[in-house]
Design a protein around this ligand. Sequence first.
Ligand code: ATP
Ligand code: FE
Length: 351
Amino acid sequence: LTLLGIESSCDDTAAAVVRGHDVLASVVYGQTSLHADYGGVVPEIAARAHAEKLDHCVEEALVKAGLGLADLDGIAVTAGPGLIGGVLSGVMCAKGLAAATGLPLIGVNHLAGHALTPRLTDQLVYPYLMLLVSGGHCQFLIVKAHDSFQRIGGTIDDAPGEAFDKTARLLGLPQPGGPSVEKAAKSGDPKRFPLPRPLLNQQGCDMSFSGLKTAILRARDGVVAQEGGLSVQDQSDLSASFQAAITDVLIEKTRRALGEYLKLNPEIPAFAIAGGVAANGSVRDGLKALCAGLDTDFVAPPLHLCTDNAAIIAYVGIARMTAGETDDLTLSARPRWPLDQQAAPMLGSGK
Ligand code: ATP
Ligand code: FE
């Protein structure tokens, strides 16, 4: 099957063409500069930019793939969760294309896109344990099928990606925060600031990151009070200390989640990561070493498939279509749509 994928749930406008496991084209238009003055993604600005860019993005993906609409078997689109204006822009675009061509329309859960990425890239077999760690989410999932996910733990407050972005803002580094904090951390001392590792010694695999955001704020204020500002070395040391704290928490909690998972699936020791924070080198290296020590297969998709893109959406579309599942023009956009609850209420249904 060859599918067009469309993604517009946050601040990336993306389109891709995927055939089976081959990504024929993947185009991503970021919106970072549009939101730069506001200290975060502004939903209205995002929705408008998606609406303006989607057609062009789709066209570019088709040209890059060397295909026309007639060569496609279906159109997959992120139908949630995310910023509702953006999701609606994508759903409208996909509906227009489906109506014009008669191609099947397939609504995709954005989080399923992240969670199934290791099947696109490495053809990992079910089941596997997934750490989905992104800008808005952080959860351990046992992925049993394209539509079957068991959540065994996750953050009780903020997501690590959000904490990276906040840290970058506090330190005066550019957005998105993850890549700039990682870059600054390379020449930093991770031990200079002893930051907390929240919930590290508590049972289970739930996590918390909001305390870490407060701690990095205090550490920064301490340096500013002493030195009158932040030097480049201070920025690096704060970044390195923050990244080390996040990495330590993710490694320790993954160790526990793997323990839980392996009790249930002793024959199939497999672990994968996805989502924007899975692009972080320190996190990837730490988890890789953990898995090597536990004789567990470890899959970390390439960086451009960890952050938001439409290839992962097209791929879930292929999985759904293969299972005989398609939607029609009544497909609705869902601002909230937990993965372990596939049949989520539709927008406006009042449930
Ligand atoms: P969600 O998938 O939860 O709806 P999202 O789609 O906005 O959220 P992603 O695109 O998956 O999130 O990830 C974006 C997040 O990943 C941002 O918070 C960004 O700072 C973070 N990120 C990207 N690259 C890195 C990196 N190298 N290190 C750490 N964090 C990173
Ligand atoms: Fe995402």
